[in-house]
Design a protein around this ligand. Structure first.
Ligand code: ADP
Ligand code: ZN
Ligand code: ZN
Length: 726
C-alpha cells in the first residue's frame, strides 16, 4: 500500500493524500480519480510516499489512476512547481490552469488520434503531368506532394475543397494515406525567400551562441522580417528532431501564422493551442505535443504549459504584449515562464518585438540577453511611414476630425488606397449625459461609466458586462434632451460615412468581430480591396499586413501621455509603433497622422523618428530615478469585498500579519483601486517593492502562507507578482 500526494484544483496551498494498492513511481505525473467530499475529482499525482500525516482510518483510497493518458513528465511538474512558488498560487491551481478542460474533469474518454499524412504514388507522379489545368485544387495538392510528403492538416489547409479532392485522388490510387510514426518527423523547409544581409547576420549571431540556454532579444522594426528568422531557426531545430514552441499574443494571429507555417513546413506535424479551439481539439493537440508527435506548437499564452518532451527552441513573438500576462486565476507571465522553461531545458529562446518591453530591453542593454537588431524593412523598396502630428489646438475640428486628416482620407479615396482610422475606444460614445442636471450614465455595479452602444441601442459597462436599454429621459430630472458625450468607434464610423458617402467603411473592433469567423471575413474583405476606410481599435494594430493601406490616422491618443500609470507611455508608444507599422508595407509609401493637443511631446517626437532605442533609454532613466520596474521588483496584494472598508481592513490586517519587513523590502499603505467598484465588489490593494527579487520572493512566501491560514470568508484576495496593471 502506497500513499499518493495528489494536487487538486482547489485554492488551498496543500496536497491531498490518498492510499492506493497498486502503484509505482511510473505513476508520478498521472492523473488520478479521487473521492473528495461527496463527489469525485481529477487530481494529479505529484509524489509517492510510504506514510501520511493523516490518520490511517481517515485516509481514503483513490478510485482509479487514469492511465489512459501518459504521465506528465518530471520537467513539467518542475515547471508548474516553479510557477506555484514564484506566483504564490497553490500547486493544484497551477497544474489545472495548464491542463485542457477534458483532462481536468472525470468522465471524458480520451485517446490520442494519430495525425495522418499523404504521399504521392508512382501513378500519381505520372498523372500530375497529364492533369488538365482546370483541375486546380487537385493539381495544387499533387504538386505539393511531389515536393514532399505532407500532413493531412497541411493539405486540408490549402483550400475548402481539398477534402473532396483528397478522397478522389486516393480512390484513383494517385496518393496514399498513411500513419507517420509518433516521433516528430523532420520536415522539409520551403525556402521561398533569400535572406537579406541583416537577417543573415542575425542568424549567424544566434548560431555562434551555440545550442544551450540563451535568451535573444530580436529587436526588429515592423516589417523587418522577424518571421523569416523564426522560420529558419525552426527549420534547423526540426532537422535535429527537436520540438519548437511558438507563442503569439492573440488568437486572431494564429490562423494566419499557422497557414504560413504549414506552407513553409508542409510535412511537419504542427498543432495550435489557444482558447478558441473546441475542447476535444485542444486535448488532441495537447496530447500530440506531449507524445512528441507535434514538432511545432503554435499558441497563445496557455501554450506555455504544453508538455514538450523534446523542446529545443522557444519563440515569443511580440514579447511586450500585455496579453501574455494572465489577469485572473494564476497571474503568470507566459513570456517569463517561457524564459524559465528555456533555462530549465537548456535551450535558446528568441523574444521578438519592434518595441520590446522595458524589462526585456534593460536585460538586453545589460548584456543578460543578447540583443539582435533588424533595422530595415525586409521587402525591397518598402519605406517606413512618415509620421506627423496634427495640432488640434490650431485647427477647428469637424466632428472630432482635423481638416488635415479629412484631406488625407480624401486623397487616399481618390487614389483607391486604404486608410485606417485608429481609435482605441469601442461603442458609440463613452458616456450618456444630461446637460440640465449633469447626470451621467454610471454602472450600478461598478464605479465606471456605461458606454453608449447605438448599434443595439444599449448602455454597456465595459468592465463588468452589465447592460441596460438607453433611457429616453434623464433618470434623474426627466429632461428628454440627453446626449452621448465623446466618441467611440461606432460614432466615428457614422461620422466618416457622413463625410465620405461614397467610401466603403469597415469598423473592426471587439463588437463587430464578436461572431465566430467574422474577424477573418473582415480581413479577407480588407485584403480583397473591398474596404476603403477602416475604423479600428488595437485589434487591428497587431501583426496584420495590409499592402494597400497607406494612411493611418490616430485619434485620441493623448490621454495616455499624462496617465497616473507609469506604464502608460511605454504602452502607447508600442501601440502607436504597431499601428504605424500597418501603413506602407509594400511598395506604397505610408503616412501616419496623429491628432494631438501636444504636438511636441517627446513621445510623438520619438515616434516620428522611429526611435525606439532613444525613447526606451529616456523611459528607463525616468524609471530608475523614480524607483519603478525594472529597477525594482513588485507584487500587489489585492482584496475585494462588498464594502471598501472591509477590503481595506483586511489589507491592514495583512500588513500587521506580515510583521516587520526584512531589509530592502517595502510594503506600502493599502489604498482603494482606481476603479474601486467592480461588479458589485469594492477593491483595494497594497504594493510590495524591493530591489532584490530574492528578498521580495522570500517575504512573499512567508506572507502568503500566513494569509492562506487566515479564516477569511467575506474578503477575496490574491497576490499578483510582477503586476502590469494597477
Ligand atoms: P515583422 O514580423 O518583422 O513585422 P514580417 O516577418 O511580417 O515582419 O515580414 C514583413 C514582410 O517582409 C513579409 O511580407 C515578408 O514576406 C517579407 N520578407 C521577409 N524577409 C524577406 C526577404 N529576405 N526578402 C524579401 N521579403 C522578405
Ligand atoms: Zn459594471
Ligand atoms: Zn437630468
Amino acid at each position: 500500500m502506497s500513499i499518493l500526494h495528489v494536487a487538486l484544483d482547489l485554492p488551498v496551498p496543500r496536497l491531498f493524500d490518498y492510499c492506493c494498492a497498486e502503484t509505482s513511481s511510473a505513476d508520478i505525473g498521472m492523473r488520478v480519480l479521487v473521492p473528495f467530499g461527496n463527489k469525485q475529482m481529477v487530481g494529479v499525482i505529484v509524489a509517492l510516499a510510504d506514510t501520511s500525516e493523516i490518520d490511517s482510518e481517515k485516509l481514503k483510497s483513490a478510485v482509479r489512476i487514469l492511465r489512459e493518458t501518459p504521465a506528465l513528465g518530471r520537467d513539467w511538474l518542475e515547471l508548474v512547481q516553479f510557477c506555484s512558488d514564484y506566483y504564490h498560487r497553490p500547486l493544484g491551481e497551477v497544474i489545472f490552469n495548464g491542463l485542457p478542460v477534458q483532462l481536468r474533469k472525470p468522465g471524458a474518454t480520451l485517446t490520442l488520434k494519430q495525425a495522418a499524412a499523404y504521399r504521392l504514388s508512382a501513378s500519381g507522379r505520372e498523372a500530375l503531368a497529364q492533369l488538365p489545368a482546370r483541375a486546380k485544387v487537385k493539381r495544387a495538392l499533387l504538386e505539393a506532394l511531389s515536393r514532399s510528403e505532407c500532413t493531412e492538416q497541411a493539405l486540408l489547409a490549402q483550400s475548402q475543397s481539398a477534402k473532396q479532392a483528397l478522397a478522389e485522388l486516393s480512390t484513383a490510387g494517385w496518393i496514399e494515406r498513411y500513419q507517420p510514426s509518433a516521433q516528430a518527423s523532420a520536415g522539409g523547409f520551403v525556402e521561398k525567400l533569400a535572406l537579406n544581409a541583416e537577417q543573415q547576420r542575425v542568424l549567424r549571431q544566434i548560431e555562434r551562441a551555440g545550442p544551450g540556454y540563451g535568451v535573444f532579444l530580436l529587436h526588429g522594426i515592423t516589417g523587418s522580417g522577424k518571421t523569416e528568422i523564426y522560420l529558419r531557426l525552426i527549420a534547423r531545430t526540426l532537422a535535429t528532431g527537436g520540438q519548437t514552441l511558438v507563442l503569439v499574443p492573440e488568437i486572431s494571429l494564429t490562423p494566419r501564422l499557422e497557414q504560413e507555417f504549414r506552407e513553409r513546413f508542409p510535412n511537419t506535424p504542427l498543432v495550435s493551442l489557444h482558447s478558441g479551439l473546441a475542447d476535444g481539439e485542444r486535448t488532441q493537440h495537447w496530447l500530440q505535443a506531449q507524445s512528441g508527435a507535434a514538432a511545432i506548437v503554435l499558441g497563445t499564452r496557455l501554450a506555455v504549459f504544453a508538455p514538450l518532451p523534446k523542446l529545443a527552441l522557444i519563440v515569443v513573438d511580440e514579447e511586450q504584449d500585455a496579453s501574455f500576462k494572465q489577469q485572473d486565476g494564476v497571474r503568470y507571465s507566459a513570456r517569463d515562464v517561457a524564459v524559465f522553461r528555456a533555462r530549465q531545458a537548456g535551450i535558446p529562446i528568441v523574444l521578438g518585438s519592434a518595441t520590446p518591453a522595458l524589462e526585456t530591453y534593460a536585460h538586453a542593454l545589460s548584456g543578460r540577453y543578447q540583443l539582435l537588431q533588424l533595422s530595415q524593412r525586409a521587402v525591397p523598396q518598402a519605406q517606413l511611414p512618415l509620421v506627423r502630428t496634427v495640432d488640434m489646438r490650431k485647427h477647428k475640428l469637424d466632428d472630432g476630425l482635423a481638416p488635415a486628416v479629412l484631406e488625407a482620407l480624401q486623397e487616399r479615396l481618390a487614389r483607391g488606397e486604404q486608410s485606417l482610422v485608429f481609435l482605441n475606444r469601442r461603442g458609440y460614445a463613452p458616456v450618456l449625459m444630461c446637460p440640465a442636471c449633469d447626470w451621467v450614465s454610471g454602472c450600478k455595479r461598478c464605479s465606471t461609466r456605461m458606454v453608449v452602444h447605438l448599434a443595439d441601442k444599449r448602455l454597456r459597462c465595459h468592465h463588468c458586462g452589465a447592460s441596460t436599454s438607453i433611457p429616453r429621459h434623464c433618470p434623474n430630472c426627466g429632461n428628454a434632451d440627453i446626449h452621448p458625450l465623446g466618441r467611440g468607434t461606432q460614432r466615428l464610423e457614422a461620422t466618416l460615412a457622413a463625410h465620405f458617402p461614397q467610401a466603403r467603411i469597415l469598423r473592426v473592433d471587439r463588437d463587430s468581430t464578436r461572431n465566430k469567423g467574422s474577424f477573418s471575413r473582415m480581413l479577407e474583405q480588407i485584403h480583397g480591396g473591398r474596404a476603403d476606410i477602416l475604423v479600428g481599435t488595437q485589434i487591428l494594430a497587431k501583426g496584420h499586413d495590409f499592402p494597400n493601406l497607406t494612411l493611418v490616422a490616430v485619434l485620441n491618443a493623448d490621454s495616455a501621455l499624462y496617465s497616473a500609470d507609469y506604464r502608460a507611455p511605454e504602452r502607447l508608444f508600442a501601440q502607436l509603433m504597431q499601428v504605424a507599422g500597418r501603413a506602407g508595407r509594400a511598395d506604397l509609401a505610408g503616412e501616419v497622422l496623429i491628432q494631438t493637443q501636444y504636438p511636441r511631446h517627446p513621445l510623438y517626437a520619438a515616434l516620428a523618428q522611429h526611435d525606439y532605442a532613444g525613447f526606451a533609454r529616456t523611459l528607463l532613466a525616468e524609471r530608475e530615478q523614480a524607483g519603478f520596474p525594472p529597477y525594482v521588483f513588485e507584487a500587489v496584494l489585492r482584496a475585494d469585498a462588498e464594502e471598501l472598508i472591509t477590503a481595506l481592513e483586511f489589507l491592514r490586517q495583512a500588513v500587521t500579519l506580515a510583521g516587520p519587513s526584512p531589509p530592502g523590502v517595502t510594503l506600502y499603505d493599502p489604498v482603494p483601486m482606481t476603479v474601486t467598484r467592480l461588479a458589485e465588489r469594492e477593491r483595494a490593494h497594497l504594493l510590495a517593492q524591493s530591489q532584490s527579487r530574492k528578498a521580495l520572493q522570500a517575504h512573499l512566501a512567508a506572507w502568503s502562507a500566513k494569509l492562506h491560514a487566515l479564516p477569511q470568508r467575506t474578503v477575496r484576495w490574491h497576490l499578483d507578482v510582477d503586476p502590469i496593471e494597477f
